[in-house]
Ligand binder design. Structure first.
Ligand code: GLU
Length: 504
């Protein structure tokens, strides 16, 4: 292994990237950055039958949104390219041939029909057919056939695959950086296909060849690849190459704590499982994304980082820099982590509160523009400051503050029955006069004047305020009423009172 630390994220563009995939990319990125190494994006698209248009772009856009940048990859950077396997197609055949020559692999001429037949026969006997140490001696391959027969078949252009010849009766022992020692008997492993006569390698061969050529030092990937690790280690041995270190991440569990979080769960349970929205052009379905649902990328990344890793302290809020310096594989758990949609919202709320009023106002301004409302950022900062404690998303701001921009056109009837008493119109009329005469249009000054009036008339402060809020807001909601009144200005306030007097 090279002394340098080099990690790769190697997705197959077979669909959108699930948040588990983003977490894998994130952990690779954090580890690489922490160690002062390189992070590489490699697109594994050798299985053209599973290729989905737009998936590669989706993956890159998702990583970019999360702030997971790569040093090398299909972005044109790096000296180990090309970084898309379909563009490296020509180089794999020689490696497959090398394994044939050294006796680590063999040609298999069994047709798909023959293999299907064997599967059915096995099933009928309540068994499972596997191409392995035991069955290979009975099948149509170069381990059984005479060399001349093999040559003839190849010359005649008969279809074949190249399979790995799993060694017999060995125990493979390796250390996974998360799981510790793993032991596997070769008798339990099958002879996987490495290469096909159409000239394409399978995932296993291409993945190992590329990890070697790209000098990858650590492979951090999902637990679903753990069963493939023994084959991969044997391939390194067969080629005489030093294997990278392996770390297999536990799965992300459904919120109920059982079962793998799947792409269907999200929209069914009311949260996204994808970083950004995915439009499935084949089925016409749309899967929601964290970005479109109003989550901040840094909140999403913070949540994901803690979904399987813990810092060993009480700290929960981490910037990317802090994650890089705190991250370690030793603190990644062995068992699955339960996804918690409520906690994800909590993270967003924390990040919203950490934004400055100017930042929030700028974001909210975009929402308002969509509604045809124009307002200066500076003005909007006042509103944002008053309501941000009640918001989880920027989109919550409207519900908490629409009355700053719109006079009521109707009133909450139930509330009106309770709060609009017989003597209320007279009081509101008085308040209106106070407003009209006010020299200083400012929250505290207005509050003091109204309070003095209430005191002089020996009225109840709460009752007057409730009625006044109903008149100004149309409902019983909102932050400090005098702040709202100060914000909307004298003319609007007076107009709102007139409308309430007329309507209620
Ligand atoms: N292309 C594989 C995937 O889609 C990569 C697995 C690995 O990291 O080795 O997950």
């Amino acid at each position: 292994m090279s002394e340098r630390i080099r990690l790769r994220f190697a997705p197959s563009p077979t669909g959108p990237l699930h948040m588990g995939g983003v977490r894998t990319a994130l952990y690779n990125y954090l580890f690489a950055k922490k160690m002062g190494g390189k992070f590489i994006l490699r697109i594994e698209d050798t299985d053209q039958t599973r290729f989905v248009p737009g998936a590669e772009e989706y993956i890159k856009e998702s990583l970019a949104w999360c702030g997971i940048d790569f040093d090398e990859g299909t972005n044109g950077k790096g000296e180990y390219g090309p970084y898309r396997q379909s563009e490296r197609k020509e180089l794999y055949a020689a490696y497959a041939q090398n394994l044939i020559d050294s006796g680590w692999a063999y040609y298999a001429f069994d047709t798909p029909e023959q293999l299907d037949q064997l599967r059915v026969e096995a099933e009928n006997q309540k068994q499972v057919f596997t191409y392995n140490i035991e069955s290979r001696e009975r099948l149509n391959n170069s381990l059984v056939l005479e060399p001349s027969e093999v040559e003839e078949k190849l010359k005649a252009g008969e279809g074949y695959v190249i399979r790995f010849k799993m060694p017999e009766g060995e125990e493979l022992v390796f250390t996974d950086l998360i799981r510790g020692e793993v032991r596997v008997q070769t008798s339990s492993l099958d002879d996987k296909v490495l290469f096909k006569s159409d000239g394409m390698p399978t995932y296993h061969l291409a993945n190992i060849v590329d990890d070697h050529l790209m000098e990858i030092s650590h492979v951090i990937r999902g637990e679903e690849w753990l069963p493939s690790a023994p084959l991969h280690l044997f391939l390194y041995k067969a080629f005489g190459w030093q294997a990278p270190e392996f770390a297999h991440l536990p799965i992300i569990l459904k919120p109920i704590g059982k079962g793998k979080l799947s792409k269907r769960d999200g929209d069914k349970m009311g949260f996204p499982v994808f970083p950004i929205q995915w439009n499935d052009t084949q089925s016409g379905e749309t899967f929601s994304g964290y970005r479109e649902d109003g989550y901040f990328a840094d909140a999403f990344v913070n949540m994901l980082a803690l979904l399987g890793w813990n810092p060993g302290t009480e700290q929960e809020i981490f910037s990317m820099e802090e994650l890089i310096s705190a991250f370690s594989l030793e603190r990644v758990g062995k068992s699955g982590s339960k996804f918690d949609p409520e906690k994800t919202k909590w993270f967003n709320q924390q990040y919203l509160r950490m934004r400055t009023n100017t930042q929030l106002a700028e974001l909210y301004q975009k929402e308002l523009t969509k509604k045809g409302i124009t307002i200066e950022t500076e003005q909007l900062e006042l509103v944002v400051d008053l309501v941000k404690e009640r918001a989880i998303f920027i989109t919550d701001f409207w519900e908490q503050s629409f009355f700053f921009f719109q006079a009521p056109t109707a009133f909450n009837e139930k509330l009106a029955k309770k709060r609009w008493k017989e003597n209320t119109p007279e009081i509101i009329l008085q308040v209106k006069t106070i407003f009209e005469k006010a020299n200083l249009w400012e929250a505290q000054a207005l509050h003091d004047e109204v309070a003095t009036y209430i005191e002089q008339k020996e009225l109840g402060f709460g009752a007057v305020m409730n009625a006044l809020r109903l008149a100004i807001v149309g409902d019983g909601i909102g932050p400090d009423l005098f702040q709202i009144i100060a914000f909307i200005g004298k003319a609007d306030a007076v107009k709102r009172l007139d409308f309430a007097l007329k309507t209620l």
